[in-house]
Design a protein around this ligand. Structure first.
Ligand code: GLN
Length: 238
């Protein structure tokens, strides 16, 4: 089998170490003998039509530079890919711009593309710390660093419930958003090396898009599981 992963705005939005998610997806596919191609798409580039998309976090200024690039046909192509079954993981700044709008502190509101029925407004407090989330995919752990407060509309499900940490807005107990095979969340870390269950969830759905129903053979996740437990333990103490 083969798989193509598009890393969106990796040059423009890359200060929270989220590139580790690309490496985890690439490696977990290769360990199963899957031929993986990673393509990048940044400012001014066309939107590739692929199986799996990743978009990491970035600061408000980086988001200002990127938001308008995704408007129109480019954003429509990404939404069509998700409607067509592509898998997607977005973290923080990427997640916010896949909603309807992100209103930063000191700038005009930034348009999103409405892939997720969510809206984000920068709040007075920065949420920084370990976060544990109970989700239908399993227990997830990460590190959050955002001032954006995200509110979910009726057209999207939360990724899960916050067990410890702040999540979407520190008020309603939700974290992230899920729509079809697309996930938005505030879990940096990077997320996937410590959450192999989520990495494989994304890979299986990406592969299902062109190869029929795929169930990946298990890997020896001893190290990943230990890293996950260690992070959960730290979250419990924070
Ligand atoms: N600038 C956005 C915020 O502070 C996103 C930050 C991020 O990507 N970690 O909410």
């Amino acid at each position: 089998m083969d798989l193509t992963l598009a890393w969106l705005y990796g040059r423009e939005m890359n200060i929270y170490g989220d590139r580790g998610n690309v490496r985890a997806l690439e490696q977990r596919a290769r360990w199963r003998g899957i031929d993986v191609t990673v393509v990048t798409s940044g400012l001014g580039d066309p939107m590739p039509d692929v199986d799996l998309y990743f978009w990491g976090g970035g600061q408000d200024q980086e988001q200002v530079n990127v938001a308008h690039d995704l408007q129109g046909a480019k954003g429509d192509a990404l939404k069509a890919a998700v409607e067509g079954g592509a898998a997607l993981l977005s973290v923080c700044g990427g997640y916010q711009l896949l909603g309807h709008e992100y209103r930063p502190h000191d700038d005009e509101p930034l348009p999103g593309i409405g892939l997720f029925d969510v809206t984000t407004v920068a709040g007075p407090e920065r949420f920084i710390g370990n976060i544990v989330v109970d989700s239908p995919i399993g227990e997830l752990v990460g590190f959050e660093n955002h001032s954006g407060l995200t509110t979910l509309g009726p057209g999207v499900q939360p990724l899960g419930r916050v067990r410890s940490g702040r999540g979407n807005n520190g008020q309603d107990g939700t974290e992230g958003a899920m729509y079809r095979n697309a996930i938005g969340c505030y879990l940096h870390g990077s997320l996937l090396p410590k959450n192999p269950v989520l990495a494989d969830w994304l890979l299986e759905r990406a592969l299902n898009r062109r190869h029929g129903t795929v169930t990946l053979p298990p890997l020896d996740d001893t190290i990943e599981v230990a890293a996950h437990a260690n992070a959960v333990g730290r979250a419990g103490r924070s």
